[in-house]
Design a protein around this ligand. Sequence first.
Ligand code: NI
Length: 226
Amino acid sequence: MMLHIPEVLTTQEVAAIRQQLDQTDWVDGRATVGEQGARVKRNQQLPEPSAVGRELGEKILQRLIKQPLFLSAAIPYRYVPPLFNRYEGGEHYGFHVDGSIRTIPGTNLNLRTDLSCTLFLCDPEEYDGGELIVSDTYGEHEVKLPAGDMILYPSSSLHKVEPVTRGARVCSFFWVQSMVPDDGRRTMLYELDQNIQKLRAQIGDTSEVLGLTGHYHNLLRQWAQI
Ligand code: NI
């Protein structure tokens, strides 16, 4: 499931993050990928580890865990702390699949990348090109969101970033390990949860709504890996 999560950050929060990022030195993005990625990746990233990156990443996660839509869709277990990238002057990232396992920096904890997240830190008018293209069984999906919005998509998808031909595209990106590894099950839980919430808003906590809520939790209990 691909999902657009609007307004993870406010305009003011994006501006503050951009101000800090614009004063920071960037490095070649090929530092953080394997062999296949390095062949197709042409962009810039904040170096790892970076004190600014850690601080801004922490801010982003703090905002994200208050987003009911994100929690409902991702059922998050662990995060790779957010990273930051910038594309300009024709930079791009060809089709690739994100590595399936990542080590959380500074720990010996491994994380299975179930979901990939791209949080836009610039508005679409600031640059040309730079669309995130995610390919799945329904075809190719083009993503270019307002600053502060985020796209969530399965890490198993092939994806790429088109060349940026004007301006600069600045984003944060990171991965989530979900308590529910299977995308199909996660999608069913998300739809069930969303419908229960709408029903609750319409008719209140009737015994039927409580019954469905119990059903949601019993499914989650069966499927969660924690
Ligand atoms: Ni990627």
